[in-house]
Structures are given as C-alpha cells and as structure tokens.
Design a protein around this ligand. Structure first.
Ligand SMILES: NC(=O)C1=CN([C@@H]2O[C@H](COP(=O)(O)OP(=O)(O)OC[C@H]3O[C@@H](n4cnc5c(N)ncnc54)[C@H](O)[C@@H]3O)[C@@H](O)[C@H]2O)C=CC1
Ligand SMILES: O=C(O)C1=N[C@H](C(=O)O)C[C@H](O)C1
Length: 233
C-alpha cells in the first residue's frame, strides 16, 4: 500500500516505521502548510497533524480522490463540514479520537458502565486525562469521546474543564512530561468510588490502529469509524 503521511511528527514517524515493517511504502510526507500536496499514486492518506491543519489536509486528500484516515484531535467542530465534503466528492473518510485497540475496547466498557450507573444519582462522574506537555489541545479527543458516551446514557448535558455544575461532567486535563496517554473515569459517592482506567505504554497502539484502519479503508467508499474496522460494540 502506498501511504501519504499528512503530518510528520511523533505519530507520523511511528506510523512510518510500522508501515515499512508491514511492507507498505511512504510516497508523500507533509510536515507544514507550504508543502507540495502531490498525492500521485497514493492509495491512502493518514493525517496526524495539528488542529489548525487537519481540515485542509483532509480536503486536499479528498480532492485528489485519496481515502483519508485522520487521528488529529482538536478540530471536531468542523466534523460535519468534512462529512459533507467527503460525500460531495464521493470520497472515503475515517476519523477516530483514538486508534488503539485497547482504547476502543475501553470505549465499550465505558458505555456499559455508564448505562449501569445511569439510575444511581448519588454518584458524580469525573474523567481524568494525562498527556505529554507538547500536546496542543485540551481536553484530549479521547476524553471528549468518553464524555459524549456518558452523556448519552446519564443525566449529564455537557462536559467542562472548569468547576462542574450538577449537570456537567468534569474533565481534569493534566500535562506531564513523556506520558503517551492515560484516561480514567471515576464515579464517586460519599460511600465509595468506582474507576476504570486505560494507560497507553507507548504510541505503538495508536500507530498500529491507524495503519490497520488504512489497510481496511483503502478500497472502500463512504464514512467509517473504528467500530467498523474492529467489528466491536
Ligand atoms: N487518534 C489517535 O489515536 C491519536 C491522535 N493523536 C493526535 O494526532 C495529532 C498529532 O500528534 P503528534 O504526532 O503527537 O504531534 P506532533 O506535534 O509531534 O506532530 C504534528 C506534526 O504536524 C505537522 N504540521 C504542522 N503544520 C502542518 C500542516 N499545515 N500540514 C501538515 N502537517 C503540519 C508538524 O510539523 C508536526 O510534524 C494531535 O492532534 C494528537 O492529538 C495523537 C496520538 C494518537
Ligand atoms: O496527543 C496525543 O498524544 C494523543 N492524542 C489523542 C487524544 O487527544 O485523545 C489520543 C491519545 O490519547 C494521544
């Protein structure tokens, strides 16, 4: 498979190394806004860039008729615009706030636990996410996905980074040197606490998941998620 890498930072480089081991080739690397977007014979584009560049990167790939996998976080206010754009181009697009198998299993656990806790209003809910200090966005895309899943099943209406009101889920976003990504959800009452936690030990799971998604999507048309790829949930 010929891969165009849109973004060549920590994730881009991890993806490159795993992709080469799986006998794929990298035919394009875009590292900044001034790069030449020459997709030529790319089978798929993988976007792990910065929030301000993701929409442009994705549109450029769709313009060239190249299926796109995007893991960049912090741009999701434009998600519907990208869906419309993808449909108008009869293109292919897959976004995930987190590509690791472990986090996608954790998403399913989160849904089940939040459904179970829905009637027990004596428990308040908090999400904690910890990432490296270079991360540009807060809260993490994964924490937002977790909060949105809980909001679907519970009486909460939104999430906040600030002091929460009773209808809000508090997300505590912490930044500590070299942490690849930790997410913990805690339900607390006066009497006890219940927590579930996912800890990434490296970026390998994110990178591997993105490549598996790219391999899966390359000959398909439409808009997909990691649930389609992993066939879970
Ligand atoms: N969905 C997932 O599983 C994961 C998502 N991420 C997200 O992926 C994104 C990238 O993460 P990292 O690689 O750690 O960041 P990074 O800062 O190491 O790399 C970002 C790269 O984007 C490049 N860039 C800047 N402007 C650009 C432009 N206009 N066009 C193309 N590239 C441009 C930068 O040169 C840099 O090389 C972040 O939004 C992060 O939150 C990170 C890990 C896993
Ligand atoms: O920026 C990161 O590093 C990560 N970003 C993603 C997010 O915002 O959820 C996924 C992962 O946690 C690492």
């Amino acid at each position: 498979m010929k891969i165009a890498l849109l973004g060549y930072g920590r994730m881009g480089k991890n993806i490159e190394s795993i992709a080469l081991n799986r006998n794929h080739t990298i035919t394009l690397k875009i590292a900044d806004a001034n790069s030449d977007y020459n997709f030529s014979d790319a089978d798929v584009a993988i976007d792990f860039s910065v929030p301000s560049a993701a929409v442009n990167n994705i549109k450029k790939a769709l313009d060239a008729g190249v299926p796109v996998v995007s893991g960049t976080t912090g741009w999701l206010d434009k998600y519907d615009e990208i869906l419309d754009y993808c449909k108008s181009k009869n293109g292919t697009f897959l976004y995930a706030s987190n590509f690791s198998l472990g986090v996608n299993l954790f998403f399913e656990l989160n849904k089940k636990l939040s459904e179970l806790m829905a009637g027990f209003t004596e428990y308040s809910t908090e999400i904690e996410e910890i990432h490296h200090t270079q991360k540009l966005d807060a809260p993490s895309g994964t924490a937002i996905t977790l909060a949105e899943q809980i909001i679907k099943f519970n009486n909460y209406t939104n999430w906040t980074l600030d002091q929460p009101k009773s209808n809000e889920i508090h997300i505590a976003a912490k930044r500590i040197e070299n942490v690849p990504g930790t997410h913990e959800i805690t339900y607390s009452s006066e009497i006890d606490s219940i927590s579930i936690k996912h800890t990434a030990h490296s970026r390998q799971g994110f990178a591997m998941g993105a490549i598996i998604a790219a391999e899966w999507i390359k000959d398909k048309k439409g808009v997909f998620s990691m649930k389609d790829v992993l066939n879970i949930g």
